[in-house]
Design a protein. Structure first.
Lengths: 267, 363
């Protein structure tokens, strides 16, 4: 087989990208002692103890459960708000529609840290502190604009004549929306859901600020392992590996849609 | 069944898109909306469908005012220039969709869909998605959906404009036959005079948001009411030249006078504009009565068996359509011949004074 240059470059690039993940993987399979003492490319004493810790200690696996709960909540809330909004932006003109659209996007320009304090104060005073919904709602501030923006692009790609044909065929608005329109923009919904999921899953600061025990996220749990007993490197690495998995799964499922989204000029 | 537009007008942001118009369409007729792009054909059609609300006036359907009626309750089917189908549904479901909304039973739907697919020759493709069909088949699918609905008003907005020549001819022939039996009112928008003539029926000539003339297609073609209608209904555009009539003499712009022919004798003396269609111009004298003009050739377009000659006559741009292949030199000065029986005479402000003599002879 002839080896061409571009293949070599791609292989090198992928190696480069995979290196940190590989490092994380072997760390998660080593003992703390080995991590801190020697430098080797694969574990000498292969151990699954770190993973065992995570799956047996509620403060660890609870973090995953909490994260998944508020991420799913957030994705559902964001989409159910963004779909009607995006439809309105794509189909109607109204006073200030362009400004409103731009304003939505500007919400994303501020770093989450800006909102940490007001959210903390606000949620504490209304008794939402340390609940899943608190984090889910806080994340909608960033996810709804993004979802509206992505969905609007997809919806704009659907000719208005399809709406009209459906009405003339006799469909009511809701029947049309459910039977014709939503299936048509399913890829867009997939892409929007993916971005909501990803943001919410990796976001650390707000989730850490707004939770303490009951709704503590995995990201927050991971940053708090630097405890009195020092850093538990192995368990932390194992937690990191497990945190990558949901994201990778979601990407795998929406990969085709995302390519489509890129092709349509949004995302 | 009848559809009546009463004093309909449409203004968008202060600009009139449709000037006050009246139109009455009868049961089982083919009605062509003919006009160049931006003449308001689509807008008028959208008003008829109810997709656009008129700024003033009423839409009367079977004697009932339906101006404010919901889209879903109207007895309308529409086919667009772009091939509009539901991309996620199969061709079968696409055609079945209006029937599904009507809650027809499965068996009925199957019979109706199969029949419509048969008529439109898309039976083999019922399981496919619209995107997997060719453009012509996609439009057939859209037509089939309009057909199964059995609507009383069928609106076809340039349905063939995006198809290639062969498919267009094929479908153009089929469309009137397909819908003939339904007894519906047809409205067909097109930019092409030939299409209007081939479809027959009635024609409304539109220009810049006004209905200039409405009547039997052949009537409108032969007796256009004014210069604009004549121009809209001529392809290539009508040729014009100014002349003055005085003491039975017609003096044209080149200063040459000709004695009037009989049918012009009732025309009072004065300044007029004469118009004639491209195909009435000849390169050689065919009849003694033809009069001669000297023109300068701008360029020629040869379309196989015919030649379009673009020429200049004392500043006026003319186009002649002659049989055969003629390679004329650019900038050559040539004589062309025209029979006075083929000229329409318009007053200077544009209204028709006298139809062409030949047109009054044809039924």
């Amino acid at each position: 087989m002839k080896i061409n240059n571009s293949a070599i470059i791609i292989v090198l690039y992928i190696l480069f990208l995979m290196l940190p993940i590989y490092w994380l993987l072997i760390m998660s399979l080593k003992t703390n002692q080995e991590i801190l003492s020697t430098f080797n490319l694969w574990p000498e004493n292969l151990t699954f103890n770190n993973y065992k810790v995570i799956f047996t200690d509620p403060s660890w696996y609870g973090g995953y459960i909490n994260s998944i709960i508020y991420v799913v909540m957030n994705t559902i809330i964001s989409l159910s708000v963004a779909i009607p909004a995006a439809y309105a932006f794509s189909r109607y003109t109204f006073l200030g529609d362009k400004h409103l659209f731009f304003w939505l996007l500007t919400n994303r320009m501020a770093p989450p840290a800006v909102f940490a304090l007001p959210f903390f104060q606000l949620y504490s005073s209304v008794g939402l502190f340390d609940t899943h919904i608190a984090v889910a709602l806080a994340h909608t501030l960033f996810n709804v604009p993004l979802a509206v923006w992505i969905l609007e692009g997809f919806m704009r790609g659907v000719p208005r004549e399809i709406d009209e044909t459906a009405y003339l065929d006799g469909y009511s608005f809701f029947a049309f929306f459910k039977k014709i329109f939503l299936p048509l923009i399913a890829p867009g919904i997939g892409v929007a859901a993916f971005f909501c999921f990803m943001f919410s899953w990796v976001e650390l600061l707000l989730s850490r600020t707004l939770t303490s025990v009951d709704a503590k996220s995995i990201a927050a749990t991971m940053t708090r392992t630097a405890s009195a007993s020092g850093l538990d490197w192995g368990v932390l690495a194992a937690a990191g590996m497990l945190t990558i998995i949901p994201g990778a799964l979601v990407i795998y499922f929406v990969r085709n849609y995302i390519a489509k989204g890129f092709a349509m000029g949004r995302v | 069944m009848s559809l009546e537009l009463k004093n309909i007008s449409l203004a968008v942001e202060g600009h009139l898109h449709i000037y006050q118009s009246n139109l009455k369409l009868e049961k089982a007729t083919m009605n062509v909306l003919l006009g160049p792009t931006l003449s308001g054909k689509t807008t008028l059609m959208r008003i008829m469908a109810g997709l656009e609300k008129p700024s003033s006036g009423q839409i009367i359907w079977n004697g009932k005012d339906i101006t404010n009626c919901r889209l879903q309750d109207r007895d309308v089917a529409m086919v667009y220039q772009q091939f509009i189908n539901y991309p996620t549904l199969s061709v079968y479901e696409n055609i079945a969709s209006p029937l599904r909304v009507m809650n027809k039973n499965k068996h009925e739907i199957e019979i109706a869909v199969k029949k419509a697919a048969e008529i439109l020759k898309i039976s083999p493709y019922l399981d496919r998605k619209p995107i997997e069909l060719s453009g012509g088949q996609q439009q057939r699918c859209a037509l089939a959906r309009a057909l199964v609905k059995g609507a009383g008003l069928v609106l076809l907005d340039e349905p063939l404009a995006n198809l290639d020549y062969k498919l267009r001819e094929e479908l153009r022939e089929e469309i009137p036959k397909i819908f003939e039996r339904s007894g519906a009112i047809f409205v067909y928008a097109t930019t092409e005079p030939e299409e209007a003539l081939l479809l027959g029926g009635n024609t409304a000539a539109l220009f810049e948001g006004r209905i200039r003339q409405f009547g039997k297609t052949s009537q409108v073609y032969r007796n256009p009411k004014d210069i604009i209608t004549a121009d809209v209904f001529s392809n290539p555009p009508m040729n014009f030249l100014k002349f003055r009539k005085k003491y039975k003499k017609l003096t044209f712009e080149d200063g040459i006078s000709h004695t009037e022919t009989d049918h012009l004798s009732n025309l009072s003396d004065g300044d007029y504009i004469a118009g004639f269609r491209a195909n009435h111009l000849d390169l050689t004298r065919k009849r003694a009565a033809q009069i001669k003009f000297s023109v300068r050739v701008n360029h020629t377009e040869i379309t196989g068996s015919e030649t379009f000659i673009h020429m200049n006559y004392t500043g006026e741009k003319w186009i002649g359509l002659v049989k055969g292949v003629h390679n004329l030199d650019q900038a050559a000065n040539i004589p062309v011949y025209l029979d006075l029986a083929h000229i329409y005479i318009f007053a200077e402000e544009g209204n028709l004074e006298l139809s062409a003599f030949y047109a009054t002879k044809v039924k």
